[in-house]
Design a protein around this ligand. Structure first.
Ligand code: BGP
Length: 479
């Protein structure tokens, strides 16, 4: 059975990784702007090092990024040329509310996205909007402490109401928080949280988690009220945990890591806190900062579909000491000896995508949506023989082909419902993890290096023509 005719093929970006123009159009400063390139990046991202302003000693890649703010027409035209049916992008919160706590939105920011959505529709591209993709106004961090403060729920509620009302009829697919589980791994990026010395990390992170979960349910409620056509999804940084051996202790370790991962989605999809989480809170002496009405809000406003990013499977062991540890999308674990790795050390596991999809679908029984997948690799720009340049990125094609085969089998043979497939970074952009430009995911090459030098010109890679063919044939022609 082939994929459904209306299957949504496309690509995904995040505002801070592509727009640049950080101080234009009335935009305010956000956490993502002040995460520097280089050795301090990880400490800032993970909330261990406080950096709430730009300084002269660091380079901040998000401030200029690939300048999509000024070039979105050219970029969307290229997406149209590939035949995209969906383009996933995120809203820069501080373009709409520069400080985050204003009463009135910034019209210039609203107009920017309205124009962008209209541009998508010109090419028959459906926009899918991530409301926050690692993005929180600096003012809300300085004044309120980020998502550890309940007030953020109200400010977020104000933001989403403005978006749903303004873009009614232009956008119908929404994601509330990108990779919501990343909050536990990169609290500054995920929730605008800088951990204070001596602060109870567990309590702070799960307090912020509760606030984001309530905000997500509130957004789902408002979205459905404003337009019953709206479809709202949660978004998980996915990847099934494999036990390192069949020792029951390792299987248990994998199960527990899985629960930590699914915790957010359990609440967003089922509408209540799972017992394993309540027990964990009890053991840690943590009381959920619930207000009257929260439980009902969560219960009555569950998501319509489950979206997720997938780059790799993960491993877990009861005793990881002495084992070789590997890299991964924020979730390193013992190395999996059965898998090859990318240049950045991320395991490559196409079958893991099918395993993961089955696990998620079994758990929630709701339609799935792959909204990120791809290979970060170094590319070499070479003359194309026609007066321009290109990249012979067969390695990227091979990665994507294997993953597409895997999800097709999952749909066709396992019967999993899948709304679409969206690759990460269809145009090269700033890496969230490392801040590099040289970690490229795109079908379109952007001439810019790790320190922001380059013409910003765009070039079609070999994978550009390949993906166009894949979409045209609705996934039948993968050669
Ligand atoms: C996900 C993020 C993206 C993206 C991607 C690739 O976690 O949602 O923003 O960047 O990973 O990661 P990286 O950019 O670190 O290679």
């Amino acid at each position: 059975m082939p994929l459904p005719k209306n299957f949504l093929w496309g690509g995904a970006t995040a505002a801070n990784q592509c727009e640049g123009a950080y101080a234009e159009g009335g935009r305010g400063l956000a956490n993502v702007d002040v995460i520097p390139y280089g050795k301090d990046r990880f400490a800032v991202e993970s909330g261990m090092q406080k950096m709430l302003e730009l300084d002269d000693e660091h380079f901040y890649p998000a401030c200029g990024a690939i300048d999509m703010y000024h070039r979105y027409k050219e970029d969307i035209r290229l997406f149209g040329e590939m035949g995209f049916r969906v383009y996933r992008l995120s809203i820069g919160w501080t373009r709409i509310f520069p400080n985050g706590d204003e009463e009135e939105p910034n019209e210039e920011g609203l107009r920017f996205y309205e124009d962008l959505f209209r541009e998508c529709h010109k090419y028959g591209i459906e926009p899918l909007v991530t409301i926050t993709h690692f993005d929180c106004p600096i003012h809300l961090i300085k004044k309120y402490g980020g998502w550890r403060n309940r007030k953020l729920v109200d400010f977020y509620g104000r933001l989403v109401r403005v978006l749903f009302e303004r873009y009614k009829g232009l956008v119908k697919y929404w994601l509330t928080f990108n990779e919501i589980n990343m909050l536990l791994h990169a609290p500054f990026m995920g929730a605008g949280i800088v951990l204070e010395e001596g602060e109870d990390r567990f309590a702070t992170l799960y307090t912020a988690a509760h606030h984001e979960l309530v905000a997500s349910a509130l957004a789902t409620k408002i979205a459905h009220e404003v337009d019953p056509e709206n479809k709202v999804g949660c978004m998980l940084a996915a990847g099934m945990y494999y036990p390192c051996t069949c020792r029951p202790e390792d299987v248990r370790a994998a199960q527990m890591r899985g629960q930590e991962n699914y915790f957010f989605i359990d609440v967003q999809s089922r509408g209540y806190y799972p017992n394993y989480a309540k027990k964990m809170f009890e053991r840690r002496g943590f009381t959920l900062p619930e207000l009257p009405g929260d439980a009902a809000l969560l219960r009555e406003n569950t998501v319509d579909f489950i979206s997720f990013s997938y780059y790799q499977s993960r491993t877990a062991a009861a005793q990881a000491e002495g084992m070789k540890m590997g890299e991964g999308n924020g979730f390193g674990g013992p190395k999996n000896p059965y898998l090859k790795e990318s240049e950045w050390g991320w395991p490559v596991d196409p079958l893991g995508l099918r395993n993961t999809m089955n696990e998620i679908y079994d758990r929630y029984q709701k339609p799935l949506f792959i909204v990120e997948n791809g290979l970060g690799a170094k590319d070499e720009l070479i003359p194309d023989g026609k007066g321009s340049y290109t990249v012979e990125d067969d390695y990227r094609i091979a990665y994507l082909r294997d993953h597409i085969r895997a999800f097709k089998e999952c749909v066709e043979e396992d019967g999993v419902e899948l709304l679409g497939y969206i690759t990460w970074g269809p145009i090269d952009l700033v890496s969230a993890g490392t801040g590099e430009m040289s970690k490229r995911y795109g079908f379109i090459y952007v001439d810019r290096d790790d320190l922001g030098r380059g013409t910003l010109n765009r070039y079609r890679k070999k994978s550009f023509y390949w993906y166009k063919k894949v979409i045209e044939s609705n996934g039948e022609d993968l050669d």
